[in-house]
Design a protein around this ligand. Sequence first.
Ligand code: HEC
Length: 437
Amino acid sequence: MRNLQREALLKRLKRISHHGLLLCLGLLALTLPAAEPVDFQGSAQMTPFDEEIIDYPHVRATDPVAVLKRKLDYEEIKLKADEKFGLLPSLLKELKIPQSSQMLVFSKTSLQRHLIGPKNPRALFFNDDVYVGYIPGSQIIEIASSDSKLGAVFYTLDQTDPVNPRLRRDNQCLECHASTRNMGVPGHLARSFIPDEEGKVDMFSGSMMVNHKTPFEKRWSGWYVTGESGKMVHNGNLMGEAAFKKQEAEPGYLSNQKELKHFFDTAKYPQGGSDIVALMTFEHQAHLHNFITRLNYETRIHLTMYQHTRHLHQIVDGFVRYLLFADEVPLPNPVKGTSSFAEEFQQLGPRDSKGRSLRDLDLQTRLLKYPCSYLIYSDPFTQMPPEAKELVYRRLHEVLTGKETGEAYARVTKESRQAIREILLETKKDLPAYWRE
Ligand code: HEC
């Protein structure tokens, strides 16, 4: 029986990788510039997440929104409706998501696109675990939450009746949120589409996934961006052909916005801006969440099918490279946000005895002062299958102790490696014993 299942799964995997590859090559040819860096060979292939080993549709979620849902169902807590923003402020508070993380996207690229546009952008808020989407005029608040077993789990909060709001898990979101575009797993999307004056996009005109490896001149098409970024050229705040033409003659002419009142009525949102530091943090993190999920799935699939993890080295190396920002695009000059996001983010710690934290922001030449992702403290990382975590910790140890001298990690300096190792030794409890030798 077990053998039969295994064969069926192998067949399915082969089929998926074949289709995935063809589809992926087609899309690549259509949309991406040649030099889009890949995380590991096959990183765009779909995973069989709806089948037995992962069983995404049926496994019970335990992410922070699942916990909130249980509390609401048992009436342990109640969300309070705000006159202006409905249940949003109460929801953000319960989930401990700072309002200062507000980012605004005006391209018509997501579920409720008929409501979204430059005059009514969609606001996104996030913390280490949960992402929330809010559109003025919509009864539906969209939520994506990170579950340690499942990856991203999606919910809608329907506030048509604000006294009895309905929070529901919604797997239909996977139509867009589980594709070759986000590592073939149920996951998060951070993208950059060239929009026209109304926010409409041509899906084949250079849309791309964005993370900390994406050059700034390709970022933030379809997004509002506030903050200081000096001479950095990016596509934030641009809409329509004329605006993009003007940008060619006058690079960065709409960068460095302090506020957005001249674009639309900002009073419809909890915050006035779309913070540049929040955007950079979000883009780093959304991709890493997808990567954690992919590594988690791959490990469980490999353990079931082959009873070992020997084939995972390439993906683990790609993972550690991303975790350590080895391929991060350097900031051309310092950046500064407009909200209190940076301040609140850094306060969360943890800190070592020298006062250092992986959450310390650099913002001069890069995002983090000690370039190792703070998501290493998150549940989805900490609760990865032990076999996967052991491989990651082993590779991380090789790099941080300087045993790894390859070109791929050249940008992670000796000082950074030492500081990160010291911080982890004092703040991360589940390190293997050999780290302390
Ligand atoms: C038509 C495709 C599409 C569908 C369907 C869709 N989304 Fe998205 N979603 C996107 C895109 C594209 C983004 C990236 C930001 C943007 O362009 O607006 C996104 C971003 C998000 C984000 C913020 C970042 C992230 O990925 O976590 C949340 C939260 C979200 N969506 C929730 C949902 C929920 C909940 C549903 C289902 C009720 C859903 N989405 C259905 C396309 C879609």
